[in-house]
Design a protein around this ligand. Structure first.
Ligand code: ATP
Ligand code: MG
Length: 392
């Protein structure tokens, strides 16, 4: 029945003079997302609206699934577009639309008509009332309820007449690419994929860096991170994932620094290395999955000491969230199942029994001064990094 979708967007609509830039980004992101779907589509904007029109056979479910991953979209309305061939033709189409779309169902309804084109011979109220009457004649079990209808039929008289009644929720946010680029520190855990999702939701293009420590962490642990990046890429488009060998640095910290400071010192080196790649790729910030108080390395004291090595802003979108709230999002966006696979993480292997919760910067700096050769190790980690382009 449907050959097109009307795409509703939220915040973009209030962007004033820059609005067309956001709309164009939304159009191109939507077109990108549909490339993976069987069928030919045309995505276009027209009078402050975005339309997806199928130009061949297409799979409805698959198309909707792809559209629900495009940030910036708040609603996906399957729409029937028709030429204006007079009121009678419109009424017949509306009657058959309801017959097909709601076969045999009983419900209350309301018709809302909007005329973008004032040369239509009837006004909006007249069109709504006349269509309501035709529907009641055709389907006597239906009832009109103008206050709280179960089905609202939208009839919009534009260049073509738009007829729609169903809205599938989109992910909201802003189209990816409308807000710069950031480097996500992506581990195999639950939090960091959610953090990446949340920043991307605001329009930020994401690159990622993962620190692995073979042979202490396995190929499967690494594959898990690639799989998580694939899940995030369904929302963000392709992600450049840098995989750094962190073993030498980690062993050096383990040998030369007090064990209660291991995680903090490790995190500081992760940040420094992530920043190297961030700057190379003109990222405007780093992103982590940290949340205040979740673990010893995420108390405010610890975060301050970790942050001290960064010159770029660090975005921590989960900062005020409880674990359960993070899990709920992970489940909703489809990363949870992969995140809970039981592969070891480099942080959990070199973890102290009693990590500091109130690290002292001076003392951390003193410990780090024992890391002879650390600069060469960092350079080697950068030089030997593997970069892969992760497609959704
Ligand atoms: P998650 O790993 O999902 O973030 P977590 O609670 O295990 O959850 P930590 O291990 O304390 O978090 O790590 C804090 C943050 O540091 C992570 O959210 C992530 O951004 C970054 N991080 C930790 N380990 C790695 C790693 N191996 N590679 C890249 N980033 C990492
Ligand atoms: Mg982790």
């Amino acid at each position: 029945m449907y050959q097109a979708f009307l795409i509703k967007y939220g915040e973009i609509g209030v962007k004033g003079k820059n609005r067309h830039i956001f709309e164009d980004t939304l159009v191109s992101q939507t077109a990108n997302a549909l490339k993976a779907v069987d069928g030919e589509f045309c995505v276009r904007k027209e009078n402050g609206r975005v339309y997806v029109e199928a130009q061949s056979e297409f799979d409805f479910e698959e198309t909707v699934e792809a559209l629900t991953h495009v940030f910036g979209i708040v609603g996906i309305c399957p729409v029937v577009l028709m030429e204006d061939e007079g009121f009678d033709a419109l009424a017949r189409n509306v009657v058959s639309y309801v017959g097909e779309g709601y076969k045999g169902q009983e419900f209350t309804f309301k018709v809302i008509t909007r005329r973008a084109r004032k040369n239509y011979p009837m006004d909006s109220m007249e069109v709504s009332a006349a269509l309501g009457e035709r529907l009641l004649e055709a389907y006597p079990k239906l009832k009109v309820d103008v206050h709280d209808p179960e089905v609202t039929l939208h009839v919009e008289i534009r260049n073509k007449i738009n007829l729609y009644s169903k809205t599938i929720p989109g992910p909201g946010g802003m189209p990816v690419g409308s807000a710069g680029r950031a480097m996500l520190l992506l581990s195999g855990g639950i939090d960091s994929p959610v953090a990446g999702y949340m920043v991307a939701k605001r329009g930020v293009k994401i690159d990622a860096v993962y620190f692995h420590a073979p042979p202490y962490t396995s190929e499967r642990a690494k594959q898990k991170v690639v799989d998580l990046a694939k899940e995030i890429a369904k929302y963000t488009g392709p992600i450049r994932l840098h995989i750094l060998n962190f073993t030498q640095i980690q062993l050096s910290i383990y040998e030369k620094c007090p064990h209660d400071q291991l995680t903090i010192i490790m995190r500081r080196y992760m940040m420094k290395l992530a920043e190297h790649f961030a700057k190379e790729e003109e990222c405007l910030g780093l992103v982590t999955g940290e949340s205040i108080g979740q673990v010893a390395s995420q108390t405010m004291h610890s975060l301050a000491v970790t942050n001290e090595v960064c010159t770029l802003p660090v975005y921590r979108p989960l900062i005020g969230m409880d674990k359960q709230e993070i899990i709920d999002i992970a489940q909703k966006i489809g990363t949870y199942e992969t995140s809970i696979l039981p592969f070891e993480d480099c942080c959990t292997i070199f973890v102290a029994k009693h990590p500091v919760t109130k690290p002292n910067l001076k003392s951390i700096l003193k410990s780090e001064s024992h890391l002879s050769g650390i600069h060469a190790m960092m350079k080697e980690a950068v030089d030997t990094a593997e970069t892969i382009r992760v497609e959704p």
